[in-house]
Design a protein around this ligand. Structure first.
Ligand code: MLT
Ligand code: ZN
Length: 497
């Protein structure tokens, strides 16, 4: 199907389902749905359809299924691996209108603290505010909170800033409603607490990146908000010292609410923006941001533990502690501003990876050399990420398009060689299906393909995302290509966002 040329009969059917205002065919209306937030991933949509409820999602999917038309589900379009960007004139299914927020229920036993049912299109920030108004907290958090949607965070099993304490999105999803490729609605919003009724379809759909079904509603776990918080940023000589500080503080203070790594290049970028309060005279080689929760005395306990690490851990330069809301926000800003500051410099190659602790400092040390040797001598490397779970965001700035495949391969090979995972919390998307093959056993991949074939036999849901082409695959794989091909092809004509 070529751009803008979905079958006329289908377009008329879709318009009848959602109403004329919610089927977007005009190129200028489609445009924002055809490129991701970073400007790296681009494609073409035949049209964009914006259903208003689960029944409309089901009707849209069944009509596309009958005609074999590809569908790309899209939430807030803040993903970073091209997983929600259409290609080849596919239909974009925007979940934005499914933004219903249900009543917050507080559990009397205090176990999970509470729960709420929300629509897939509700923004993460809206859900957080809604929980907060009821005295509770939704524990997944990311800097893109006001744009990212709950459906997107479920589809990608988003980790975010609270992952070290509360786990990724998977740990928060108590129930799901989703629609299969053929329009069948699966309602597992309220499975019994002791659910012994067969396969865990809810677990299967979390992290499936829109390839198995379209999530329409979710029942989410809410937690009790912490009484008091303290944030510290510890400047260190290298990443190894930051890891030691992390261990020391967790031993001393109990579970950390957050533990985030920053490095000099990123801190310098953030500090260069007007009005930013920087705690150190000059950006240190590495810095660890930790957040801890506790009673009224949390600030003193944190300060005491920080004084200890400054004294006892080699390679610690300096540290600052923030306990009141303004100081904590200023310290968090240093970390949260990274993504936007990076994007201002043009299109960034983003590689999100996970390293086991022993190999992590050496990997970071070697990065500049790796990128240079792979042809990125003019590029700048900025690393930051969720140190508490070993998830690092490697950002390569100013890299010529032609150099992307070699640099990507060099970095991800080094991750695999260090025993890590080339796919971190950002997921697989269009960027890394080929890398999935490197780290999942053939039997596992075969099982994943069998699940895909069973739930989406026509291959209409998000083709080319997540799964690598089957060995020796013919026409079905026609829409799926290796990661390097995509990067080169999709980058053509790109400019800064
Ligand atoms: C983050 O941790 O800030 C997000 O994953 C976004 C990014 O990697 O740029
Ligand atoms: Zn992240």
């Amino acid at each position: 199907v070529t751009p803008g040329s979905l079958p006329t009969g289908l377009l008329a059917d879709l318009e009848a389902v959602v109403g004329p205002g919610h089927l977007l065919q005009d190129p200028s209306l489609r445009a924002p749905y055809e490129v991701d937030w970073t400007g790296r991933w681009r494609g073409s949509a035949g049209a964009v359809v914006r259903p208003g409820d689960t029944a409309e999602v089901a009707a849209v999917l069944s009509r596309c299924h009958d005609r074999g038309v590809s569908v790309v589900p899209q939430g807030g379009n803040t993903g970073l691996v091209g997983g929600a960007v259409p290609r080849d004139g596919a239909l974009v299914l925007s979940l934005a209108r499914l933004d219903h927020l249900g009543a917050v229920h507080t559990r009397p036993d205090g176990g999970a603290a509470g729960e709420v049912v929300v629509g897939a299109g509700a923004s993460l920030g809206a859900v957080q505010d809604h929980a907060r108004a009821a005295g509770l907290r939704y524990p997944v958090d990311l800097a893109a909170r006001d744009t990212a949607t709950i459906g997107g965070t479920i589809a990608t099993d988003a980790g975010g800033l609270g992952v070290v304490r509360h786990g990724a999105t998977r740990a928060q999803v108590l129930g799901l409603e989703a629609v299969l490729a053929d329009g069948t609605v699966l309602d597992r919003l309220h499975p019994p607490l002791a659910d012994g009724l067969g396969y865990d379809l809810r677990g299967l759909l979390v992290g499936s990146e829109g390839t198995l079904a379209v999530v329409t509603r979710a029942r989410l776990r809410l937690v009790r908000p912490p009484d008091h918080l303290g944030v510290a940023v510890v400047a260190t000589e290298h990443v190894a010292a930051a890891l030691q500080v992390q261990r020391h503080l967790a031993d001393r203070l109990g579970p950390l609410e957050a533990s985030e790594l920053m490095t000099r290049a990123g801190l310098s970028l953030v500090a260069a923006a007007p009005g930013v309060r920087t705690p150190f005279a000059a950006p240190p080689p590495a810095a660890l941001l930790v957040e801890v929760a506790g009673d009224r005395g949390v600030g003193e306990a944190l300060s005491a533990a920080i004084a200890e690490v400054v004294e006892e851990v080699r390679g610690v330069h300096d540290a600052v502690v923030g306990t009141d809301a303004a100081d904590r926000a200023a310290l968090w800003h240093l970390r949260e501003a990274h993504t936007e500051r990076l994007a201002e410099g043009g299109v960034v190659l983003k590689l999100d990876v996970v390293l086991p602790e022993p190999g992590l400092p050496g990997f970071v040390e070697d990065l500049d050399g790796l990128v240079r040797d792979a042809g990125g001598s003019d590029a700048e490397v900025v690393v930051f990420g969720h140190l508490g779970v070993g998830d690092l965001h490697v950002n390569v700035l100013g890299l010529a398009t032609g150099r992307v495949p070699a640099v990507e391969a060099a970095v991800l090979e080094a991750v695999v060689a260090a025993g890590g995972s080339p796919c971190g919390e950002h997921g697989v998307g269009r960027q890394k299906p080929g890398w999935l093959e490197r780290v999942r056993a053939p039997g596992e991949l075969a099982a994943m393909r069998a699940v895909k074939a069973a739930l989406d036999p026509g291959g209409v849901l998000n083709p080319g995302v997540l799964l690598p082409p089957a060995p020796g695959a013919g026409s079905l794989a026609g829409q799926q290509e290796g990661p390097a091909d995509h990067l080169v092809e999709d980058q053509q004509g790109q400019g800064p966002p």
